[in-house]
Design a protein around this ligand. Sequence first.
Ligand code: KPL
Length: 293
Amino acid sequence: MKIQIMGAGALGSLVGALMQLSGFDVVFVARGKQLSALKGGLRVSGLIQTELDVYATRKPENADITFVTVKAYDTEAAAKELAEVDPGIVCSLQNGVGNEEILQKCCDKVLGGVTSYAANLADYGHVVYAGEGFTYVGELDGRMSNEAVEVAEVLRKAGMRAEAVSDIHFRIWVKAVINAAINPITALCRVRNGMVVENENLWRVAEAVALEGREVMLRMGYDFDAVSEVRKVAEMTAENRSSMLQDVERERRTEIDFINGAIVRKGMELGINCPVNETLLYLIRGIESGSSH
Ligand code: KPL
């Protein structure tokens, strides 16, 4: 079975490495310095230590399953490239809301996915496997399909904890609200995730973001205890530097528009004001406009 990783950055390289180590034929799609480095091999450190010769390319190819791991703002470009080949089952493992809908415009068979596996790029071609998590995949319309079951099975064969679910849309929103409460605060204050709960000033902001997200989700028919979940994830990932903090430190564009931006937009649609999410959205956009990406 041929597995393709569309966007072999930190998470994509980790998933690809785990797949290849379990015997799958893997294509790593990357660009720039990461592509050049991968052509010389992929190093994995952290929870596992290994070096692999990998097949890395700029453009996607035909495959049985394509995992999309590009940053949310690159989903549209990735979808257009995937439309030129037969990518098989396309499964997003990205952050934020709306990626699947963008992929569906160009690809026939799209599954939603969320993962809490943690990976960081120590350098181009060198991924650090920072934490084992859980991955959920599912149909966007809530059906339990053979494709979703098959993708979860493939992830499990690669040694990952994974499950096919019938509420992937809900899980995507849960992750977005958690990211909305942790990521921009850590990026603005340049702190690791744990500080969001350890510092009472930061916690007040995180709690307000979570409560706004919860209100929007409630109106969508989704109930979850956003404040407790944010606390739990911030404590569990206390030593992590969030993906948004890493983006800001490297002067790269962030995924703010697909996280807090998505909450603000959905809130507007439903007549709910989300002023704290909106403020964080504008502040992170302000940082982005001052950086060189
Ligand atoms: O998903 C994350 C991210 O950094 O994007 C969290 C859960 C906040 C872990 O760092």
